[in-house]
Ligand binder design. Structure first.
Ligand SMILES: [Zn+2]
Length: 632
């Protein structure tokens, strides 16, 4: 199959991500009547005019006019292209996307079912007869049953095929276990369980679905930690352990504690630190840092107190600082990790360690710079390199000041080096190269076939037929007349928009419009195209505006649609509908009168015999106009 995703799948991904949740993960929203309100992330404002409507699953800002659905929000807010936004939302909802070229339907990926089966099997094994030593271990670590349940902790019993046998009995195919990374194929045929005699930490995604597993060995078995391989549903570099449980707390406090391992997260949660997350199984990636950036403004990096921990903390902190996050590095006494520290010294001691944590630059200087000139120079170069990635110029400037101060360097020298680095970066990375930033042309969101979508009868193309371009010229009967499109008066435009608002509302409002007008009577863009799309699916239900919004249509269409969908309409829209129709017809007749009068003048000069028919038409139009006014 091509790179294009089926519309049903896109619908399902959109419907599985509530717009209020997705937006409030990024900006604070407050309930206000039927809508949620917040300060618009797309323009500067003091009083909130950014509205999110949970029923219609759309947003609209009455300040700057932006609007759209959950997909366009993510595209705009995170500067993603369409496919990346879809990927993001799919991962958030635990929906698998079809592999490139596999042709597999992503609907209910069997890998998720296999993972869920495994979660339940491991959980019951922890409670079962073979789970004694594992239960003992959990108890020794001070983990209560609530944390064990919340994180779905389990146990993989010893033996080569416990899970495989259980899967067989549950109807899960062995090939799917292999795809899920739960079973490993043997040379010469057959499979064996990947996880054996290990404490199991399921890697839960946003919707509570397991995307993979981590397993910790008991005693001296190697490796100490074993993780799932990457699968269709698990991308290591994009996953943060504990985020599913910590999201709410991080969103509220805007602070996160970043740790290294599963046990660190669990012990911190057990001790009441609900905002702990880990980049388990990998050094913090740029993608993981970007995910943290969405929820938090400030991150405490609390890694192991040994040399390896310090250098890992430095790299993680750099990745976070580059995104403009405030970073504090927590220094634990050598030999301690957050897990052991909080268990031995208690939550208050950890709270104290957080409160006295060092700013990133101070941390870097204290751990990396020696007092020699060479040492200071090296530290300065490394820090300036990091600062050169910070996009926000004010943040960058403040950091440079700090670098100069911490290393007793002249500010001017630091700034010059910084500017050289910036110049190097921009020349190395042409505009739009960085993934997800300043993405390419808008039109091609859905791969090669992009923008072609058959809606009932017609095929729209993103390039030539996009909604913001004028339609082919037509006369009032919808026939091609081969003349340039007439100018549409603002009166007609606003009347047609009013009618579209009634159509979107569904129910009696929509029925009235359908009875009073035909789709080909609409002349203004993009209303005309939108009305045609809506007309094809009659019904009393309100139009699914969120589904109607297509990124290919351009932002103007989404703005208009969301503005109209949020309009307050009177209980009985009959009068309103009649007014709109009358305004529209009158304006159209007046327009035609102008054309006919023009033709009459021309016919008078050439006397081509058409004069009388034109005069008759002019009279007819005058009568029509009178009828309209008399109808009041
Ligand atoms: Zn705005």
């Amino acid at each position: 199959m091509s790179g294009r995703l089926p519309d049903e799948l896109i619908d399902r991904i959109r419907e599985s991500n509530d717009i209020v949740d997705v937006i409030s993960e990024r900006i604070p929203l407050k309930r206000a009547g039927v809508n949620y309100k917040g300060r618009c992330p797309f323009h500067q404002e003091k009083t909130p005019s950014f509205n999110v409507n949970p029923q219609r699953q759309i947003y609209h800002c009455f300040g700057c006019g932006v609007g759209g659905n959950v997909i366009t929000f993510l595209m705009e807010y995170e500067k993603l292209d369409f496919l990346d936004a879809i990927r993001e939302l799919a991962q958030r909802a635990g929906i698998a996307l079809p592999g490139r070229g596999s042709g597999r339907s992503a609907e209910d990926d069997p890998v998720f079912a296999a993972n869920q089966m495994a979660v339940e099997f491991f959980q019951s094994s922890l409670k079962g007869s073979s789970g004694g030593p594992a239960r003992e271990y959990v108890k020794d670590r001070g983990l209560g049953s609530e944390v064990v349940t919340e994180f779905a902790i389990g146990y993989a019993p010893p033996g080569w095929d416990n899970l495989i046998k259980h899967a067989r009995a549950s109807g899960v195919k062995e090939s799917v276990l292999v795809e899920a990374g739960l079973a490993v194929p043997r040379e010469g045929g057959g499979q064996y369980d990947r996880f054996r005699d290990r404490l199991i930490f399921p890697l839960l995604a946003a919707a509570g679905k397991a995307v993979g597993f981590g397993g910790r060995a008991f005693g001296d078995a190697e490796p100490k930690y074993l993780n799932s391989p990457e699968t269709r549903v698990y991308r290591k570099s994009h996953y943060l352990y504990g985020l599913n449980q910590a999201r709410q707390s991080i969103r509220m406090t805007r602070e996160a504690i970043l740790v290294e391992g599963y046990m660190d997260v669990l012990s911190l949660v057990q001790a009441g630190f609900r905002n702990a997350i880990a980049s388990a199984g990998t050094a913090l990636t740029h993608e993981q840092a970007k995910i943290i950036d969405r929820y938090a403004d400030k991150v405490f990096v609390a890694y192991d107190g040994d040399d390896a921990g310090l250098s890992a903390a430095t790299r993680a902190a750099e990745a976070l600082v580059e995104l403009g996050l405030k970073v504090r590095v927590v220094l634990l006494p050598d030999g301690n990790d957050p897990d052991s520290y909080v268990r031995e010294h208690g939550p208050d001691a950890l709270r104290e360690a957080l409160a006295t944590a060092q700013d990133f630059i101070d941390f870097f200087v204290s751990t990396n710079a020696t007092d020699t000139a060479d040492g200071r120079e090296q530290a300065a170069r490394a820090l300036i390199e990091t600062v050169s990635h910070v996009a926000d110029p004010i943040k960058a400037d403040l950091m440079l000041e700090k670098v100069a101060e911490a290393l007793s360097l002249r500010h001017g020298a630091v700034v010059r080096l910084y500017e050289a680095k910036r110049a190097e970066l921009t020349s190395r990375r042409p505009r739009g190269e960085r993934r997800g930033r300043g993405a390419g042309p808008r039109g091609n969101h859905r791969g090669e076939d992009a923008g072609r979508r058959t809606d009932g009868g017609g095929v729209r193309t993103a390039g030539s037929g996009s909604m913001e371009e004028p339609p082919p010229p037509t006369d009032p009967q919808g026939n091609d007349v081969g003349t340039p499109p007439r100018e549409v008066s603002s009166l007609v435009r606003s009347a047609e928009e009013g009618l579209l608002a009634l159509l979107l509302a569904g129910g009696g409002h929509a029925e009235r419009v359908r009875a009073a007008a035909k789709p080909d009577e609409f002349v203004s863009d993009p209303v005309r195209g939108l009305v045609a799309r809506i007309w094809e699916t009659p019904g009393r239900a309100a139009v699914d505006v969120s589904r109607l919004i297509e990124p290919d249509d351009g932002p103007g269409v989404a703005k208009l649609l969301t503005e109209l969908a949020m309009r307050e309409l009177p209980e009985d829209g009959g009068r309103l509908c009649d007014d709109y129709i009358r305004t529209k017809r009158r304006a159209q007749i007046e327009q035609e009168i102008r054309v006919v009068e023009e033709e009459i003048r021309a016919a008078e000069l050439t006397d081509d015999g058409a004069l009388m028919t034109r005069v008759a038409r002019r009279l007819e139009l005058a009568r029509k106009l009178e009828d309209l006014s008399g109808g009041r």
